[in-house]
Design a protein around this ligand. Structure first.
Ligand SMILES: NC(=O)C1=CN([C@@H]2O[C@H](COP(=O)(O)OP(=O)(O)OC[C@H]3O[C@@H](n4cnc5c(N)ncnc54)[C@H](O)[C@@H]3O)[C@@H](O)[C@H]2O)C=CC1
Ligand SMILES: O=C(O)/C=C/C=C(\O)C(=O)O
Length: 483
């Protein structure tokens, strides 16, 4: 029997799911079950919404300083237990412990602190009219909002959603992924210790079709912020439409990293380009899975790049010398392997990796895939069009800017692009033409939490981050006074 049994947080109390049903939670590094997650249903969601509705008036009326103080206190508690939270995140998701410790958990803390700080000086607009009237726009909390997050950056994305929602004065019903529920459950416990009033933050654990859908469909939930697959995003949009709910959808990507012949390919930059494909086993929606390289440097770049990728070590996520850990689940492992098989079937050459890796001993049952590089596929091949979300990068040569732009923009997605060039004019010209919500020039995943974050086309709807997130989680009300 797994030793860890998670709980829902509803109305300030840790609770078992009403039906007393449970889901297995696997440790991707070993393939073993190590925890049980509540398999909650619409009754648990209804109880959470009712608690959130009761808590909403007082939370909305609290000063921004009071709300900010509690968010900071929660951040303090997570920070004080950094090692423990990072170890839990790594165990739950298969990600490197070093990454959880240096990126995921510090960023979760930053999310809480950033929105705690941002909401205090946040002010509304006013518009004076010459005829003798003034408008001012109130930004009022929506009431109860839903936050649904995925498994790839569990606490990082869970806090990215709940922090602005709470800071702006809403009460929350949140659902982490049932595949990686552990750190959100721990955050729930810490929120009690931090002193959040009962019902302000509710966490209902369980599957997408039961808990996620019940959140989206509940008439008491005024807005839903979702990160995950484009397919689920479309289902949510459909279910939310009859209720006219506000939606923020941060979905998939098929991101290009575009390397021009004039790029500064220093060792550090080359490392970043490799990282942009393989960080977190490629399980980040921002990973550059299409590597476009100008033909003039293709051969020399390819040689240096492949040498680096071949040197990446797949291993135990707890081992500091591992560069890649385990994929998050058996179904996801099977999906990634099927994508590699499909790349072969459509004529791609696997120039590096391409196989599953079996580690010795206790890790033999884990889900490991070798970093894989594919060549010789047209840009409209399925491999170069569909999101794989694993350690798989496709190399694509191009001749000039026009061709690079057509390839880069030529998918259904538009999340993030990275561009490598020393030509400043090209950087501006090309950056402006890329049909993506985020463009990094000579860097990747350099994040400033004040900036708008999100994608175009099938990568989503709306923007998260900074003031955009505070706007999303509030209702503007214009008041016009004649004097
Ligand atoms: N950040 C991203 O862009 C992510 C992309 N993906 C992509 O999606 C593929 C499938 O992964 P999944 O875990 O199935 O992603 P998913 O999009 O189904 O799951 C994300 C979250 O949505 C919830 N959910 C699922 N169905 C729902 C519904 N009908 N209503 C409301 N919530 C629902 C899940 O329980 C989870 O909390 C991956 O292989 C990957 O390609 C997955 C996770 C994150
Ligand atoms: O906000 C960020 O820095 C990163 C967000 C990443 C995702 O949303 C994702 O991988 O799904």
């Amino acid at each position: 029997m797994p030793s860890l049994r998670l709980a829902n947080l509803i109305d300030g109390r840790l609770q078992a799911p009403r039906r007393d049903r449970w889901l297995d939670v696997f440790e991707p590094a070993t393939g073993e079950v190590f925890a049980l997650c509540p398999d909650s249903d619409s009754d648990d969601v209804a109880a959470a919404v009712a608690a959130a509705q009761r808590a909403a008036p007082a939370w909305a009326a609290a000063s921004t300083e009071q709300r900010a103080r509690l968010l900071h206190r929660l951040a303090d508690l997570i920070e004080a237990r950094l090692d423990e939270v990072a170890a839990l995140e790594s165990r739950d998701s298969g990600k490197l412990l070093s990454l959880a410790r240096s990126l995921d958990i510090p960023r979760a803390v930053s999310n809480l602190r950033y929105f705690a700080a941002a909401v205090v000086p946040w002010s509304s607009e006013s518009h004076a009219m010459e005829l003798g009237a003034i408008n001012y726009t109130l930004r009022q909390p929506l009431g109860v909002v839903g936050c649904i997050s995925p498994w790839n950056l569990p606490l990082y994305l869970f806090t990215w959603k709940i922090s602005p929602a709470l800071a702006a004065g809403n009460t929350v019903v949140a659902k982490p992924s049932e595949i990686t529920p552990c750190t959100a459950a721990l955050l729930g416990e810490l929120s009690i210790e931090a002193g959040f009033p009962a019902g302000v933050l509710n966490i209902v654990q369980g599957s997408g079709p039961s808990v996620g859908q019940a959140i989206v469909e509940h008439p008491g939930i005024k807005a839903v912020s979702f990160t995950g697959s484009t397919k689920t995003g479309a289902q949510i949009a459909k279910a939310a439409a009859p209720h006219f709910k506000k939606l923020s959808l941060e979905l998939g990507g098929k991101n290009p990293a575009i390397v021009f012949a004039d790029a500064d390919l220093s060792e550090a930059n080359l490392d970043t380009i490799v990282r942009s494909g393989f960080a977190n086993q490629g399980e980040i929606c921002l990973c550059g899975s299409r590597l476009l390289v100008q033909r003039a440097i293709y051969d020399s770049f390819r040689e240096r790049y492949l040498a680096r990728v071949r040197a990446l070590r797949v291993g135990d996520p707890l081992d500091a010398s591992s560069d890649l850990g385990a994929l998050v689940s058996q179904p996801h492992f099977e999906k990634v392997m099927a994508c590699i098989a499909q790349a072969r079937d459509e004529g791609g050459s696997i120039v590096c990796g391409g196989e599953a890796i079996t580690l010795p001993g206790a890790h033999a049952g884990g889900w490991y895939v070798a970093p894989t590089v594919i060549e010789d596929l047209a840009s409209d091949a399925i491999t170069n069009q569909q999101e794989i979300f694993g350690p798989v990068v496709s190399l694509i040569p191009f001749d000039d800017e026009a061709e690079a732009l057509a390839i880069a923009n030529g998918t259904g997605y538009g999340l993030a692009a990275s561009l490598w060039t020393t030509d400043l004019a090209r950087a501006h010209r090309f950056g402006a033409q890329l049909d993506f919500g985020i463009v990094w020039i000579n860097c990747w995943l350099l994040r400033d939490l004040r900036t708008p974050f999100g994608g175009t086309k099938q990568s989503g709807l709306g923007r998260e981050g900074g003031v955009e997130a505070l706007r999303f989680f509030t209702e503007p009300k214009n008041i016009c006074i004649r004097y």
